[in-house]
Write a protein that binds this ligand. Structure first.
Ligand SMILES: Nc1ncnc2c1ncn2[C@@H]1O[C@H](COP(=O)(O)OP(=O)(O)O)[C@@H](O)[C@H]1O
Ligand SMILES: [Mg+2]
Length: 387
């Protein structure tokens, strides 16, 4: 048994709540950012303009007491804009020295907006910074303290030259506009933000805390999910979703981080859902992977869907039963007994879910469904007894 202070285990979920607080329907996006921070990896948010991508990443920087650098890239962005200008005095003596003060090489958290506009003049330097955590511009080599680099973009890059950069983002997420049932909330939230600005974050996390959390992910027991993960790799592959070997290996960190985010030091099947942030490449893949995972995994989402269907079918049974005046024939009695037995076995199936998942929402819905089944069973009993 590991002895980890429960305070530490609560930090990731607090970060998550703090991050998504001012926004509507941005919980998944916040999760991607927190997972990147826990794994010390890079994440990119892809989606149409105005979906709060930049606002979210800026807020992430606010909840971290770490050195931050952000820049909006264009095709014409020069290396000096990101990495600092060359020192003119040194240049006169024939030396190439960059003044990196307050520029990307000194930052721990970096946000590059429109990241895929990066041109070849900055691309290679960027790759080394992300992968080796070394700044190398052909003259000087400096180790950098970069923790995570966040990117935002309107689209998945198509230029093969950008493929290496894209692969460096272990976490990728397609940000979609909020759904129509959340438009009313969106109006309220946007009005509030316009009027009062963003609420100041209450929790602020420093590098030391992040380092502690990062070390903790390697304490997570991954044995319960290993064979299922291997199976998912082949299912994805069979549906033409290919993970590079780099991503196959690194996904373990994300799975462990997700367990940690849920306050656990043991991975479970629902942690495998994070594959939806790691496996997709093209824009269509995001939806595809999501569907594959919800079919393959016993997740809360899947249980809730099943419960919804069960609830709807009981509703039908309920109105069918109610339409019987009272038992006046062997046939009706027989039909009612049949329905009764079906309901009993449905109830058993529903109750079994309590042992299969510990998701609170599922438990609540199970409770509600069982109460409903009991009420219909009661109705049948009364009809059979001729009341
Ligand atoms: N889901 C949302 N919840 C609350 N406000 C939002 C949401 N989406 C967009 N907004 C508002 O729209 C603004 C534009 O977002 P921005 O971060 O610039 O988008 P992007 O970077 O995706 O183009 C935000 O600052 C916020 O005020
Ligand atoms: Mg933006």
């Amino acid at each position: 048994m590991h002895t980890v202070s429960s305070d530490v285990l609560q930090i990731p979920s607090r970060m998550l709540a703090e991050l998504s607080k001012p926004f509507i329907g941005r919980e998944e996006e916040a999760k991607v950012i927190v997972l990147a921070l826990l794994t010390k990896e890079h994440a990119v948010l892809i989606g149409e303009p105005g979906t709060a991508k930049s606002a979210l990443i800026r807020r992430a920087a606010q909840i971290l007491n770490m050195k931050y650098f952000m820049y909006l890239l264009t095709r014409y962005t020069e290396p000096a804009e990101l990495f600092g200008p060359l020192d003119i005095n040194a240049l006169k003596e024939g030396k190439y020295v960059r003044i990196t003060t307050n520029k990307l090489p000194e930052a721990e958290i970096v946000f590059l907006d429109e990241i895929f506009k990066a041109n070849s003049a900055i691309l290679n330097t960027l790759l080394t910074v992300m992968n080796e955590r070394l700044f190398y511009d052909g003259y000087t080599e400096i180790p950098v303290k970069l923790w995570s680099l966040f990117g935002a973009s309107n689209e998945v890059p198509e230029d093969p030259e950008l493929e290496a950069l894209y692969d460096r983002f272990l976490l990728r997420h397609h940000v979609r506009p909020v759904s129509d049932d959340q438009w009313r909330d969106l109006l309220r939230a946007a009005w509030n933000i316009e009027k009062n600005g963003y609420p100041k974050p209450e929790t602020v996390v420093d590098r030391h805390v992040l380092e502690t959390l990062h070390r903790l992910i390697f304490e997570v027991d991954l044995s319960p999910i290993e064979s299922k993960l291997l199976k998912l790799f082949s299912v994805l592959e069979s549906k033409n979703i290919h993970l590079t070997d780099r991503r196959k290996g690194k996904v373990l960190k994300v799975i462990a981080a997700h367990a940690l985010l849920n306050g656990r030091l043991t991975a479970s099947e629902e942690d495998l859902l994070v594959l939806k942030f790691v496996a997709p490449h093209d824009i269509d893949d995001f939806e595809k992977v999501h569907i594959i995972l919800s079919e393959e995994l016993r997740t809360a989402y899947r249980y809730l869907k099943e419960l919804e269907e069960i609830y709807a079918s009981i509703k039908e049974v309920d109105s069918y039963v109610s339409s019987f005046p009272s038992v006046n024939s062997r046939f009706i009695e027989y039909r009612l007994l049949e329905i009764y037995r079906d309901l009993e076995s449905t109830k058993e199936r529903v109750l079994a879910m309590i042992h299969e998942t510990n998701d609170e929402k599922v438990h609540r819905k199970v409770h509600e469904t069982v109460l409903y089944i009991d009420s219909v069973i009661d109705k049948i009993k009364k009809k059979i007894e001729g009341r």
